[in-house]
Design a protein around this ligand. Structure first.
Ligand code: SF4
Ligand code: SF4
Length: 166
């Protein structure tokens, strides 16, 4: 099939109207609100309830809330959680403390951010935070250990404490 080329008229042969139309589009966008985000320095503000990466939290006295019950490890669909229970008591003055994990690892490459761990945790010790951008140079870097999970999770100001001093 041969497509017939239509001849350009006088104005089209000048090309100037087409150049002017192009500049009009450029100018229109020049004065519009900027939408380019300087990622990764700038990040999206995610809505309340967003399910990002799961981290461990501490109570207001800085103690690990997790009692190493392993429910989250059991429920986790992709088996991203690995817990080594129990660890030594972090604080001998902690009275009727149950137990604490010796090690707690989450493979962020496996995690699907489903939130089951947060829902099942009886101690409110693990929460899905707002982090959606996790990076690393090696697979091993993406396996977060207890220290890293606790430092990222920070302190949770709520009324659910594993134990209180006598
Ligand atoms: S959010 Fe889901 S996949 Fe990720 S660690 Fe928790 S239970 Fe496992
Ligand atoms: S994070 Fe919660 S569910 Fe998981 S082992 Fe600790 S106390 Fe149990």
């Amino acid at each position: 099939m041969i497509v017939k080329r239509t001849n350009l008229n006088f104005w089209e042969r000048l090309y100037l109207p087409a150049v002017a139309a192009g500049f009009r589009v450029t100018l229109r966008h020049f004065f519009k609100k900027k939408v380019t985000m300087q990622y990764p320095e700038e990040k999206w503000t995610v809505p309340e309830g967003y399910r990002g990466a799961p981290y461990l939290v501490k109570d207001p006295e800085g103690r690990t809330k997790c009692v190493s019950c392993q429910l989250c490890e059991f429920i986790c669909p992709p088996k991203a959680i690995r817990i080594t229970p129990p660890g030594p008591l972090p604080d001998p003055a902690a009275g009727n403390v149950e137990k604490a994990p010796r090690e707690f690892k989450i493979d962020m490459l496996r995690c699907i951010f489903c939130g089951f761990c947060e829902e099942v945790c009886p101690e409110e010790a693990i929460f899905l935070m707002k982090d959606y951008s996790l990076t690393g140079l090696a697979r091993q870097e993406m396996v977060y250990d207890k220290a890293k999970l606790l430092s990222l999770g920070g302190v949770r100001q709520d009324g659910v404490w594993k134990w209180k001093h006598k």
